[in-house]
Design a protein around this ligand. Structure first.
Ligand code: DGJ
Length: 745
């Protein structure tokens, strides 16, 4: 149960549940001071000793004739710059007289059950008022009349706090928000390893680490999307924390556009973490009466290592951020034609692919890029969301009906935010793209970005998509986005509102998602951006799964999926088996390894099964049968990372059922070697008292053995191959199925 207590005498707020405490107080200048975030501690009225005030050389002080109170090192909730605090602020507002100094003073608070929606923005939610409590703290800048509302939600059963801020101009002058972060968390020391998820196209979300030191450490995107390069997630782990033990703080921003997450370590080792919309280029005009709501950030505390942190995110994001019909349902096994055909397909070819897939047990056929307008390649067609009748004589409706007649569901690819110059849409509305007057307009993959900050543009795309979805039998949509934004400028906004375009663009994307998911609640949406260029919590609110990467090579995927799992649930990780040699890295991996990696995700195939030899088709049928039997556990069980692909040749991860009676352990070894050392994996999350039968090798072990000594994964690569044991090659893998024996307690 969550409690939010206000100690009037000391003006201290204590938000807590069984796992965490979050403490703050009103400082003597009326600003909000931060006291503590971490493992639950006892409540008491007075924590004022946590505001450590010392006069220091070269410090500026707030009150005349006082050399103790300075904001320079004091931990705060939503700090401003320039009034004795020189660190990067949470909020910066330009006023008509050119000043940026603000003075937000505490006015009051409100505690409510549950959690309010954030208008127009994705956010975590509750299903009943009883799951969480929300505290709103009201502050005001007396000079400008600007009001600030800080929102904190604590969920009953999770070690997580959701935060955001709302600014309302109740004064009479125009204000310009230049910085409005979602979260500011000032930590009392810097003894953390900073972990980020970084990469590039086809190698997204690799885990990178560095030590925090005095100065700034940051990840960000200024591309208009959350990006392949960085992800709006950071973990701060204590140096001794591991996957299974130790203290970790996770910070995640529920947003899909330009963002920055930053840690600033000051001269006295106080660490200021901020997360929110990237302040660079951001300038939101607040006219009198207007308000601005920041996106939401979630901060998680774990004393059970990185796995503890990830599991909190998985539960929260899987069940209280993702929504709708598919949220809790095992995902359909799909076949996607992209790598099978690229743009080179006819209806006949597609039907053959679908038919074979159906024979093997695949449930959903997805038609990727190339079905619309004059889309025969990358140069044309985007924006014309109606079927190319030369390829699909009976349109999408006809094709989808034929697919359904096979007993399969039908899914379709869109890239709603883009347009090619060679399209009817562009010819009709050349002014609908983002472009800066008088400047060159850069393209990406020969396409231009539609100005989704404009309602009429979003309306038009909605109308085209709605028509196809209403007319045809569509169960799934893949929503792609294949370039970042350049020359960002909207034709309809005045000069002093151009700093709003990036954010308004994302609000337009959310609006289109919102309308479509409301109108077609049973359609499964998968987000995509040239693979994983917009794999973020914002889109999880609308699309419960996302195509994790264009790289479908099994070895590359180990790192991508391992990194992705830091924050995102397995049910959200789009993962397919594709052909060899792989199209991205030209590597040959065994079919079973490709499936053993992809099954820790949504699972599907991205190839033409007609081209596989008979024995591989039999293997595919078995893989699909396995996935159908275990997908609920694979996608919704408790996921543990055991051995990291970033640290060695072996990767191990596992999932455990809620009743701890079944577990699946994925073991992967990149390169074979000769005369290899012994190998074992110390499992996690099992019941120590249950005897587990290992279906893979017929052994029986108690949970405590498997978690303390470990599961032996040594195989023939350790020496001479015992007769009958599995072959050992490069890119070897296996899934161990552990099943508790009846009455084994
Ligand atoms: C990029 C996606 O990630 C691919 O899966 C595919 O849909 C292509 N775009 C199509 O253009």
């Amino acid at each position: 149960m969550t409690e939010i207590i206000f100690h009037e005498e000391t003006k201290t707020f204590h938000l807590y549940n069984d796992k965490i405490s979050y403490l703050m107080c009103v400082l003597e200048n009326g600003h909000m001071g931060h006291l503590y975030f971490g493992k639950k501690i006892h409540d008491k009225a007075d924590f004022s000793y946590l505001v450590e005030k010392y006069g220091r050389p070269m410090t500026s002080y707030v009150f005349e004739n006082d050399r103790t109170f300075s904001l320079e090192h004091i931990r705060q909730e939503y700090p401003v710059y320039g009034s004795t605090d020189y660190r990067h602020p949470a909020v910066e507002i330009l006023q008509e007289n050119g000043s940026r100094i603000m003075d937000f003073r505490y006015e009051g608070y409100e505690i409510t059950e549950g959690k309010p929606e954030l208008k127009g923005l994705p956010a975590t939610y509750t299903e009943s008022g009883k799951e969480a409590k929300t505290l709103k703290i009201f502050l005001k800048d007396g000079l400008t009349g600007c009001r600030l509302e800080l929102l904190y939600t604590v969920f009953d059963s999770e070690a997580a706090v959701a935060r955001s801020a709302c600014l309302r101009n109740e004064g009479s002058e125009n204000l310009h928000l230049l910085t409005a972060m979602s979260l500011n968390l000032d930590l009392p020391d810097k003894d953390y390893i900073w972990m980020q998820l970084s990469g590039a196209w086809a190698r997204e979300r690799h885990v990178k680490k560095r030590i925090l030191e005095q100065g700034i450490t940051a990840v960000d995107s200024r591309r208009g999307n959350s990006s392949h390069e960085q992800n709006p997630f950071v973990a701060l782990k204590r140096p001794n924390a591991t996957e299974g033990a130790g203290e970790v703080i996770g910070v995640s921003l529920i947003y899909s556009g330009n963002f920055r997450i930053q840690a600033e370590v000051d001269t006295h080792d106080v660490t200021r973490v901020t997360a929110g919309i990237h302040p660079d280029g951001f300038d939101w005009k607040l006219e009198p009466g207007e308000e601005f709501q920041t996106p939401e950030a979630v901060v998680v505390y774990s004393e059970k290592g990185l796995n503890g942190m990830s599991q909190t995110f998985h539960r929260l994001y899987g069940r209280r951020l993702a929504r709708g019909f598919w949220r809790d349902r095992p995902r359909p096994i799909l076949i996607n034609n992209w790598e099978a055909t690229y743009f080179n397909f006819t209806e006949e070819k597609l039907l053959k692919i679908a038919e074979k897939a159906r024979e093997c047990g695949v449930e959903l056929f997805v038609l990727d890029d190339g079905w619309f307008g004059k889309r025969n390649g990358e140069h044309a067609g985007l924006g014309d969301w109606y079927a190319n009748r030369e390829r699909l004589p009976e349109g999408i409706r006809g094709l989808s009906e034929k697919i359904e007649a096979f007993g399969m569901k039908f899914g379709l690819w869109f890239e709603p935010e883009m347009v090619n110059k060679d399209s009817d849409l562009y010819r009709e509305h050349p002014d609908w793209i983002l472009q800066t007057p008088g400047r060159n307009t850069s393209h990406g993959r020969y396409q231009y970005v539609l100005d989704f900050s404009r309602e009429e543009v979003v309306d038009c795309i909605y109308a085209m998509m709605e028509k196809i979805l209403s007319e045809s039998r569509i169960s799934y949509i893949k929503w792609d986005m294949n370039r970042s934004i350049t020359e960002c400028y909207s034709a309809t906004l005045p000069p002093d509102r151009q700093g709003e375009v990036f954010h308004r663009y994302i609000l337009g994307v959310y609006d289109l998602y919102d309308r479509l998911t409301k109108k077609f609640p049973q359609v499964l949406f998968e987000s995509c951006a040239s693979g994983g260029g917009r794999f973020d919590p914002g889109l999880l609110y609308y699309a419960p799964q996302g195509w994790a990467s264009d790289d479908s090579d099994a070895v590359e995927r180990l790192k991508i999926q391992y990194g992705t799992s830091m924050c995102y649930p397995v049910s959200s990780i789009g993962s397919h088996v594709s052909v060899v040699p792989n199209h991205q890295v030209f590597r040959n991996t065994p079919l079973h390894t490709r499936a053993n990696v992809a099954c820790f995700g949504t699972f599907g195939y991205e190839l033409d099964l007609n081209r596989l030899p008979e024995e591989e088709l039999e293997e595919v049928k078995k893989q699909i049968a396995f996935m159908k039997e275990y997908r609920e556990l694979l996608q919704f069980g408790t996921f543990y990372r055991i051995k990291s692909p970033f640290e060695g040749n072996e990767t191990v991860w596992m999932t455990v059922s809620d009743d701890q009676k079944t577990a699946l352990v994925g073991y992967y070894r990149v390169l074979n070697g000769s005369n290899q050392p012994y190998s074992r994996a110390r499992l996690q999350g099992l019941n120590p008292n249950l005897l587990y039968e290992n279906i893979y090798n017929g052994t029986e072990n108690y949970g405590d053995e498997l978690m303390n000594y470990g599961l032996i994964t040594t195989d023939g690569s350790a020496g001479e191959l015992p007769a009958g044991s599995a072959s050992c090659t490069d890119f070897e893998s296996r899934i161990y199925i552990l099943r508790a024996k009846e009455n084994s307690r």
